[in-house]
Write a new protein. Sequence first.
Length: 300
Amino acid sequence: MRIFDRALVRKRRDRAAPRFAAHDFLVREVAERLADRLDDVTRSFPMALDLGCHTGEIAGTIGKRGGIKTLVQCDLSPRMAAMAAGNGNPTLVADEEWLPFAPASFDLVISCLSLHWVNDLPGTLVQIRRALKPDGLFLAAVLGAGTLAELRRSLMEAELAEEGGVSPRVSPFADVRDLGGLLQRAGFALPVVDCDSVSVSYADPMRLMADLRGMGESNAVVEQRKTLTRRATLLHAISAYQSGFAAGDGRLPATFQVMTLTGWAPVPGHAAPPPPLPRLADGYGGGLGCGGDRNPADKS
């Protein structure tokens, strides 16, 4: 199944690389959260892989935490990988869907806001599990289904009103249950998926659009419309965003739902991972769950 245009994802990340530092607030925030989680694990991971390294934010945040001695960085974008290489860690260009690593190469694979652009996520998770040594840790953050709900709703309302139909404007994202099931199918032991929200406020919705472009996170869905947005549709979307979501001070929220995935490579002779959990009426148990919003940040 081809949902995303991976060549377009690479192109947009290449374009974003030179000025990524001006728009990397979300990646840095999530990198800090991943590093905090690693602090809670009472063992060391001498050989680690930063999968989808952007321009090196994980390396700059995590340092030697987790007992990391060697951190290999890789990214789909050659320009981002080149910038990440400036921190002195071994770096290469690699596609998350075709990992060039031998089995049992790493004690830790960590990924910060990159895997939500993968078409074959089940296959990628299997490759990650194989690249881990027995009892190695997989720790990743991806954007979840609640991401940019305000923008999605505003664009949908505008297109329906101005053009009589809706096109894919915001990338589809997985939810908690999807990701938990995929970890189990990939053979990870003790899989855990939980979610949190980062709420950012903007004075102008166009500033949000500029940040998405600057992060290399613009729409890359294969079936997206190929023509420019009509002026009337854009103005209607801006008006809908302001009228539907503006806070008392007039600022506009943008919500990013962050899903954190944790799983361990099984150890030969130990018990197999448990079967997929049944769906519960009020959510998901046994290692799956959602938290609330974090404090919002203001963007001018």
